[in-house]
Ligand binder design. Structure first.
Ligand code: AHR
Length: 505
């Protein structure tokens, strides 16, 4: 047991509203996310449209709020028209982004209906790789214009009388990356994004637009890319994207567990750039940050195993791509990244866990009558999305510090709180691998408290995963004592916890 960690907060303190769009997710036409993931017509649980009801039930349980679609790298070569109209007439195409064959059996109509059933707001991406202003405008008119034009009437003829009313739109994807189809310089992309935004706003002034920021913090163009793009798109976009994936170096788990500190710094640098160029939305507010791809991703395995396998073979339909098996350690990192996102809720307007099913996902499936199941990372996401409502309240943490090779010194326990009326939730990540810590949590007058924890299950270790056969990593009750307004509980090493507190008036 290390020395106690003392945490305090004042639940009456003002704080930013929790943006509920912080709990977005992402479905890309990639690997088995769509086909063999959410959609699997031959499966016993499939509905009339071919969507798996067991997967839909887990998506609902996860409690996400938004879904980004249809890519990702995929969108930079996608023709949206291929995915509308009678399914039997839809063309089969090469998907050059993932070296796969795209059947187009799922497109805008099917996906929007599915998202509706799942309770998710669609965040649609337009192709600014191989396409441009006209095609983005066409898609918007098709989706959102009520009727009386060729495109809106085509939507109605395709079975959707009412407009889709899609509000959130991504202006392309990762256009700074040399791997991106139609990759561009910051000036080329900035101009194209600005003109696309202008045209989209002419068609539907209610849209909210996201300009593509850097693909990751390590891009050599990071910083200059944001500055240039924001200057071009000033007054035309509402958000700029941040993409952030973290990977464990098995020789340095401490740095991996401190990934939240790296995300914190990354967001802080983008905030500084937004302020430096005074980038504002059409309403005059500072441009928000859309962390529209974030997760743990074993990119070494992708580069060494998946990529050579898929990119040198045939053009398979829905190959298994980046189906990472998540460990307890990964779950604690995902939980702590959520703590960072909440902490930066003053400037982070939304975020999307990438992705939703099979592809680096909290939900996995097996085909041919096989099950759908929860990965370890499902739990911190679900528990946070369910409870983080109201205002974000910072907490003061006094306890052990951990020294990391990549991110400097960090608190062994990271925490944040949200308060809604007389209910507070405190979210905590314990990044120490060695010893438990006693937590003393003070937040004023308390009526009652209860807590759940995700940690190493009995008989397991920090690499324990869930599988199609068993889900040993799941939330467990964490005993909490309340005395003299102080909550006391023990956080095991490597743990993520949520404490619910009923405040006394
Ligand atoms: O989420 C997987 C891929 O990661 C996305 O297609 C791309 O945008 C990012 O590089």
């Amino acid at each position: 047991m290390t020395s106690p960690t003392r945490i305090s907060l004042d639940p009456r303190q003002p704080g930013p509203e929790v943006p509920r769009r912080l709990f977005g997710t992402f479905v890309e036409h990639m690997g088995r996310c769509v086909y063999d993931g959410i959609h699997s017509p031959g499966h016993a649980s499939a509905d009339a449209a071919g969507f798996r009801s067991d997967v839909l039930a887990l998506v609902r349980e996860l409690g996400a709020t938004v879904v980004r679609y249809p890519g990702g790298n995929f969108v930079s070569g996608y023709r949206w028209e291929d995915g509308v109209g009678p399914r039997e007439d839809r063309p089969v195409r090469l998907d050059a982004a993932w070296h796969s064959t795209e059947t187009n059996q799922v497109g805008l109509h099917e996906f929007a209906d599915w998202a509706d059933a799942a309770g998710l707001e669609v965040m649609e991406a337009v192709n600014l790789g191989t396409r441009g202003v006209a095609e983005a405008a066409d898609l918007l008119e098709y989706a959102n214009h009520p009727s009386g034009t060729a495109l809106s009437d085509r939507r109605r003829a395709n079975g959707r009388d009412e407009p889709f009313g899609i509000r959130l739109w991504c202006l392309g994807n990762e256009m700074d990356g040399p791997w991106q189809i139609g990759h561009k310089t910051a000036d080329e992309y900035g101009r194209l994004a600005a003109e696309t935004a202008r045209m989209m706003r002419f068609i539907d002034p209610t849209v909210e637009l996201v300009a593509a920021g850097s693909s990751n913090h390590e891009m050599p163009t990071f910083g200059e890319w944001e500055r240039t793009v924001l200057r071009h798109t000033a007054g035309l976009v509402d958000h700029i994207s941040v993409h952030a994936y973290y990977e464990e170096d098995p020789t340095d788990p401490a740095s991996f567990l401190a990934s939240g500190a790296a995300l914190d710094r990354y967001i802080g640098e983008v905030v500084d750039i937004i302020d430096e160029v005074d980038a504002r939305t059409p309403d005059g507010a500072p441009v928000g940050i859309s962390v529209d791809e974030w997760n743990v991703w074993n990119q070494t395995r992708w580069n060494e195993v998946d990529k050579p396998r898929v990119f040198t073979g045939d053009w398979p339909i829905a190959p298994r791509l980046i189906e990472d098996d998540y460990t307890v350690t990964d779950a604690v990192v995902v939980g702590s990244l959520l703590i960072t996102l909440l902490r930066r809720a003053d400037r982070v307007s939304m975020a999307n866990l990438a992705q939703l099913v099979n592809v680096i996902a909290p939900i996995r499936t097996e085909p041919d009558g096989g099950p759908a199941w929860r990965q370890t990372t499902f739990h911190p996401f679900r528990l946070t999305a369910e409870a983080a409502i109201g205002r974000v309240i910072p907490v003061d943490v006094r306890g052990e510090r951990i020294s990391t090779a990549r991110h400097g010194e960090v608190d062994a326990v990271d925490a944040i709180a949200t308060v809604d009326g007389d209910v507070a939730h405190v979210f905590l990540a314990h990044r120490s691998l060695d010893a438990a810590t006693e937590i003393e949590l003070g937040l004023g007058a308390v009526a009652s408290a209860e807590a759940v924890v995700i940690t190493i299950p009995e008989g397991g270790d920090r690499t324990t995963t869930n599988s199609a056969d068993a889900e040993p990593v799941a939330p467990a009750d964490l005993p909490v004592e309340v005395a003299d307004g102080i909550l006391r509980f023990t956080l095991p090493p490597l743990a993520w916890a949520r404490v619910r507190v009923q405040l006394a008036s």
